[in-house]
Write a protein that binds this ligand. Structure first.
Ligand SMILES: Nc1ncnc2c1ncn2[C@@H]1O[C@H](COP(=O)(O)OP(=O)(O)OP(=O)(O)O)[C@@H](O)[C@H]1O
Ligand SMILES: [Mg+2]
Length: 233
C-alpha cells in the first residue's frame, strides 16, 4: 500500500534520511522506533507531504505521491496526526470536529459524528468547551476522532502516548487496535517501544535516518538489541 523507495530527505544542509526503504502493507500497523533525532517524525512528514524528499519515491497504491500536497493526500486517504499540538486549542471540540466537513458530505459527517460520540461518550458534555481545556489524554482522543470521521486508508501517527498516564495509554492503543481491525492501516512512531511493537504487525528500528533492524512486532520485542536499547531490559 505504502512504499518508501530509497528516500533521502532533510532540512536545508542537514540530511536526515538516507536512502530509506519502508513498506506498509494493506491492513498492517507498522511501528517505527529509534533514538531521539533518528528521523522518525521526518519519515511521517515526508509521507504526509510536509517535506519534499530530495531523492527517492513515495508510492501509495503504486502511484507516485512524492510531490502531492497534504490536502490531496487526505483526499487520497492518508491522514497525518502529528506529535503534540494536534488539535486547535481555542476552538471548541465540535468546531475541531467540524473541520473534517471539508472532506466529507454533511450526512456522512453526522452519521460518523454519532459513532465518535458513542465511542467517546465523555465528549457529549464537552462539545462546546475549548479543546485547550481538555487533559492531554482527552486531547489525543479528540485528535484520533478525525480517523473515525474521515475513514482514511492509512494513518500516520506520531507519538500518540507521549506524556500520558499508563491507563490513558492503554485506551489510546485499544482505539488504534479497533480502528486497525476495521481495515485502517497505521504507520506509527512510538517512544513506548513495548506498547508500539506489541500492537504492530511489523516494526523498523531507525538509526541516523537508516534502517537498522526490521522484523515482525513479536520478533523485535524479543530481539536482544531492541530489548537492551529500547525496552530497558
Ligand atoms: N524543522 C526542522 N528544521 C531543522 N532540523 C530539523 C527540523 N525538524 C527536525 N530537525 C532535525 O532532524 C533530525 C531528525 O528529527 P526528527 O524529528 O525526524 O527525529 P525523531 O526521530 O522524530 O526524534 P524524536 O524521538 O525526538 O521525536 C534531528 O536532528 C532534528 O534536530
Ligand atoms: Mg519525533
Amino acid at each position: 500500500m505504502l512504499k518508501l523507495e530509497s528516500i533521502t530527505a532533510g532540512y536545508g544542509e542537514l540530511t536526515v534520511l538516507s536512502e530509506l526503504n519502508i513498506v506498509v502493507n494493506k491492513g498492517e500497523t507498522v511501528c517505527l522506533i529509534g533514538p531521539n533525532g533518528a528521523g522518525k517524525s521526518t519519515v511521517l512528514r515526508v509521507v504526509a507531504g510536509q517535506l519534499l524528499p530530495t531523492k527517492g519515491k513515495v508510492l501509495f497504491n503504486n502511484q507516485d505521491i512524492s510531490r502531492t500536497d497534504c490536502t490531496h493526500k487526505i483526499e487520497q486517504g492518508i491522514l497525518f496526526v502529528p506529535q503534540g499540538r494536534n488539535v486547535f486549542p481555542s476552538l471548541s471540540l465540535l468546531e475541531n470536529l467540524n473541520l473534517c466537513q471539508i472532506f466529507i458530505s454533511e450526512s456522512l459527517f453526522q452519521e460518523r459524528l454519532d459513532t465518535v460520540l458513542t465511542t467517546f461518550p465523555w465528549m457529549k458534555e464537552k462539545l462546546h468547551s475549548p479543546a485547550g481545556s481538555l487533559s492531554g489524554g482527552l486531547r489525543q482522543m479528540l485528535a484520533l476522532s478525525r480517523i473515525f470521521l474521515l475513514k482514511p486508508k492509512l494513518v500516520l501517527l506520531d507519538e500518540p502516548s507521549l506524556g500520558l498516564s499508563p491507563l490513558v495509554v492503554d485506551d489510546i492503543f485499544s482505539t488504534i487496535s479497533t480502528l486497525n481491525q476495521q481495515g485502517i492501516s497505521f504507520l506509527l512512531v512510538e517512544q513506548n517501544a513495548r506498547k508500539g511493537l506489541s500492537v504492530a504487525n511489523r516494526g523498523y528500528v531507525l538509526e541516523s535516518g537508516q534502517n537498522r533492524l526490521t522484523g515482525s512486532g513479536q520478533e523485535l520485542l524479543v530481539n536482544s538489541e531492541v530489548t537492551r536499547l529500547y525496552l530497558g531490559g
